[in-house]
Design a protein around this ligand. Structure first.
Ligand SMILES: CC(C)(COP(=O)(O)OP(=O)(O)OC[C@H]1O[C@@H](n2cnc3c(N)ncnc32)[C@H](O)[C@@H]1OP(=O)(O)O)[C@@H](O)C(=O)NCCC(=O)NCCS
Length: 191
């Protein structure tokens, strides 16, 4: 392992900065090296291709419904975030955008009127369970704080225990929830 990496904890990712805002190299506990960086237009095709490798349950948990493929339109929108309004990070192979496979996407979309933003995240099963989801969500929170947002919120399927546990550990609280409802609304106040 390169001396620049200093792992401290099972889930404390070894990481170091790369040139560019919000860019960093990370090394997962399984030794896989990734680049975390803002999404680019060139990521659209690799993200669409990678979508085919996801399990239906991962897709259901991310989007709340089944989807066989990601449309080119959706991928284009995802990969062209509006500056100041959308913040999208990817974790990719350590290769240039467009060539690199993308294994995780974390997105925050600002809802102007309430100074809040909605989060969404997907860490593929190839990379899950190694602290990447926590790290990416923490980065979204950090971005939201810098933007002086009031809160971050999201809708999570009530059977999505990994996401609900992660959110709870980071301080999100659940809105009152009708047990017959299959979605839980969670929110984190930032100020
Ligand atoms: C939810 C998700 C983002 C977690 O990402 P991850 O990289 O696997 O998560 P981490 O390794 O950082 O784990 C962080 C915490 O998540 C929870 N968690 C992760 N995997 C879990 C599992 N299989 N069972 C229960 N809790 C789990 C735990 O609280 C864990 O903390 P701990 O290890 O200290 O107990 C990922 O599983 C995922 O993308 N799922 C499919 C899409 C989705 O559910 N998106 C959320 C809705 S927008």
């Amino acid at each position: 392992m390169s001396p620049m990496f200093k792992p401290k904890h099972k889930y404390r990712l070894a990481r170091n900065a790369m040139p560019g805002a919000w860019c960093e190299r990370v090394q997962l506990p399984d030794q896989r090296q990734l680049w975390i960086r803002p999404i680019t237009a060139a990521d659209a095709e690799p993200i669409r291709a990678g979508f085919a490798l996801l399990h239906p349950d991962e897709i259901r948990k991310r989007y709340g419904y089944a989807m066989k493929e990601m449309s080119a339109d959706y991928a284009q929108r995802l990969c062209h975030p509006q500056p100041g309004r959308d913040f999208v990070l990817v974790a990719s192979e350590p290769l240039p955008p467009g060539v690199a496979l993308v294994g995780a996407v974390a997105r925050l979309v600002v809802v102007d009127d309430v100074k809040g933003a909605e989060f969404a995240i997907l860490v593929s099963h190839f990379l899950a369970g190694q602290g990447l989801g926590r790290h990416l969500l923490c980065r979204l929170i950090q971005w939201g704080r810098r933007k002086r947002l009031r809160e971050i919120h999201g809708d999570v399927l009530s059977d999505n225990h990994p996401m609900l546990e992660l959110a709870q550990e980071l301080g999100f609280v659940r809105d009152s929830h009708d047990p017959s409802d299959d979605m839980v609304h969670i929110r984190l106040r930032l100020r």
